[in-house]
Design a protein around this ligand. Structure first.
Ligand SMILES: Cc1cc2nc3c(=O)[nH]c(=O)nc-3n(C[C@H](O)[C@H](O)[C@H](O)COP(=O)(O)O)c2cc1C
Length: 334
């Protein structure tokens, strides 16, 4: 494992992943791993109130979530909806919400939502002005460098700086890229020191080596949001903080127990429904990268069609493959 070159401990957030980092994942993650200072719920959308959709209540239920370190996220272009969301989150004990201005999918972005709003700073400004003074709790933004071009940020910066945001998380891609290609390092460097809110870097931190690289490139950035790298290697945040003392076989055993418990709890919650299998496979599509033969692991897991086949594929992966802990490739399609 690479050692960390920075002496100041980074502050690390776990990025939200629709369909993957649900409340069960987040809670078990806290139990088995660590190193994460703040967690975000996958986004809520079409929000009316929390009693309207039973499946989503658990995502926000204060009996199931640590309200101190969990931030509910909303995808919306309606100030009233965000204000209402904030009020309900406040009642439940939360102190901060996050506004998603980063979702890149065309069906979202084409409707001027998520990253699609980034080409329209005037609309963002008018949403802020309706929210100003009316939000029951703190608001952070998670965005990209633009939708069509990184040049869009020049007009976004004064809009973001004009609102008392708790933090500004920037995934250093543009919306049009989806999750492909490289992050724009120099465009991100350009932002450092210019944002009023705490600037959080997000994008392609897949290993301690990557973290060391970005940390040297983005001097004075202390806040990091990590996503796919941590789904692939759940020890990544601890490793970035120099806190992990386990050897590879202990890591593999910890991940085995974690994945087993996650599957059981999801199955139980879904009354045995096979949708839990799909969710586990989605997580596996990242986790396989930490094994010494990702393709073998993925072939075994992918073909499982029922619970028995899944259990036996998982047993085979853990008994025949070794834990490597890095190697995630974002552009690889199987
Ligand atoms: C399947 C998937 C689901 C995602 N869901 C969300 C989401 O609900 N809210 C959000 O802000 N970002 C979402 N993201 C983006 C991630 O949180 C993160 O910003 C992105 O993966 C870049 O960080 P990384 O390179 O560390 O993974 C999602 C990404 C993927 C691939």
């Amino acid at each position: 494992m690479e050692s960390v070159t920075n002496s100041t401990e980074p502050i690390i957030y776990l990025g939200p992943f629709q369909g993957i980092t649900d409340v069960f994942y987040r809670n078990l993650f806290r139990q088995y791993f660590g190193g994460i200072d703040k967690y975000y719920t996958p986004f809520f959308t079409g929000f009316v109130n929390f009693s309207a959709g039973r499946a989503r209540i658990s995502e926000i239920d204060p009996d199931l979530n640590d309200v101190e370190t969990t931030v509910p996220q909303i995808l919306s272009k309606d100030a009233e909806e965000i204000i209402h969301f904030a009020e309900q989150c406040k009642v439940l004990g939360y102190s901060e919400i996050n506004w998603n201005l980063g979702c890149p999918y065309p069906r979202v972005a084409n409707k001027k939502r998520g990253s699609g709003l980034l080409s329209h700073p005037d609309i963002i400004e008018s949403i802020f002005s309706k929210m100003n003074g009316n939000l029951a709790l703190g608001l952070g933004v998670k965005c990209r460098l633009g939708y069509l071009s990184v040049d869009e940020f020049e007009n976004l910066l004064p809009v973001f700086n004009n609102f008392p945001l708790t933090e500004l998380t920037v995934h250093a891609r543009i919306g049009k890229q989806l999750y492909k290609g490289s992050v724009y390092e120099s465009a991100f460097v350009h932002l450092i020191g210019k944002t009023k809110a705490n600037l959080v870097y997000n994008g392609d931190v897949f290993s301690v080596k990557d973290y060391n690289h970005f940390n040297e490139t983005f001097e004075s950035v202390h806040y990091w949001m990590i996503g796919r790298g941590l789904l692939a290697n759940p020890f990544l945040a601890m490793e970035m903080k120099g806190l992990c003392r386990l050897d590879d076989s202990q890591k593999k055993e910890t991940v085995r127990k974690f994945m087993h418990e996650l599957f059981q709890i999801r199955l139980k919650n879904a009354n045995g429904n096979l949708s839990s299998l799909g969710r586990m496979k989605e997580l596996w599509s990242y986790l396989v990268w930490s094994f010494d033969s990702p393709l073998t692991a993925w072939r075994l897991i992918r073909k499982a069609r029922n619970l028995d086949e899944y259990e036996s594929a998982v047993n085979e992966v853990f008994s025949t493959l070794g834990w490597k802990g890095f190697g995630f490739e974002s552009d690889r399609s199987w």
